[in-house]
Design a protein. Structure first.
Length: 287
């Protein structure tokens, strides 16, 4: 018997930027008419880690820092699903950093939404890899996900939005979903999503944002121009938003997906149906 659960109300603080991310995602799924039974939303650990409970889709709560390999596995097992991974800056840029780099490099068709509030909000506001507060203490500058993404061969979709700029965020989510549904590869969308309780950056980020989509001299298809623009804006105390880079590279699944190929036969791996085989394997090690 299948049990269907209805989406729950978010548990985030009033004014949390994550509400804007959820709203934009729901709007994008509706705009593209993607049915709930074809959507799989996976989340990591942190305040962002409950978003899968708040959207009408299949949901999964992964281990800390492991949302990307889990999401890629789901996309490989069932290519018919629209697979969306969600997480925070602590989850994705700290313990999950290795998976993040290889996800871009492998280029599997998964949309990754990283909600960046520059703090560990769930554990009461410690500095994260993107925290500007660390610079005051003389530590390394805040990590920039767009610069890092541009440095990895295979990047095909890199974008940054801001929850207060809802129209642009809606558009970027639609573009990201279209990218993965067309099997063009990995789409990474970082969303600046302020934590009003421990790191209220709404006024600061609102003044710093620079929309590259409206810059006639900017080209999202030229990685060199994109990288130079990101770094120039950073040196000026500005933050680039919009579609940062879009390129063409064979998706991870392009080499093995064929027309009519069925999803992975998971029944073949159920222990109860393979007891004799498993027994023979274990016995071979004991003799």
């Amino acid at each position: 018997m299948t049990t269907t659960f209805t989406p729950k109300d978010p548990v985030w603080c009033s004014g949390c930027g994550h509400y804007g991310v959820r709203g934009a995602l729901v709007n994008a799924l509706s705009e593209l008419d993607i049915p709930a039974h074809e959507t799989f939303l996976l989340a990591g650990i942190g305040c962002s880690g409950s978003i899968q409970n708040n959207v009408n889709a299949y949901g999964y709560h992964s281990m800390h820092g492991r949302v990307l390999p889990t999401a890629i596995g789901a996309a490989i097992a069932n290519p018919d699903l629209t697979v969306i991974a969600a997480g925070g800056d602590g989850d994705g840029y700290a313990i999950g950093m290795g998976h993040f780099a290889h996800a871009i490099h492998r280029n599997a068709s998964v949309l990754y939404i990283l909600m960046n509030n520059a703090a560990y909000g769930l554990t009461k506001g410690q500095d994260s890899p993107t925290s500007e507060l660390a610079q005051v203490a003389g530590h390394s500058p805040a990590l920039d996900g767009m610069s890092m993404g541009l440095s990895i061969p295979g990047a095909t979709f890199l974008a940054r939005g801001f929850t207060r700029w809802s129209d642009q965020l809606n558009g970027l989510l639609i573009q990201g979903l279209e990218h993965v549904r067309a099997k063009k590869g990995f789409a990474f969308l970082e969303v600046l999503s302020p934590c009003v309780t421990y790191n209220d950056t709404y006024p600061d980020w609102d003044a710093q944002m620079y929309n590259v989509d409206e810059d006639p001299d900017f080209s999202c298809t030229d990685r060199g121009i994109a990288f130079q623009t990101i770094e120039r804006l950073r040196s000026e105390g500005r933050i680039a938003s919009g579609l940062i880079h879009q390129g063409e590279q064979s998706a991870f699944e392009a080499n093995w997906i064929k027309e009519g190929l069925c999803p992975a036969n998971l029944e073949a791996h159920e222990p109860q149906k393979n007891l004799d085989t498993l027994h023979d394997i274990m016995t071979s090690y004991s003799t």
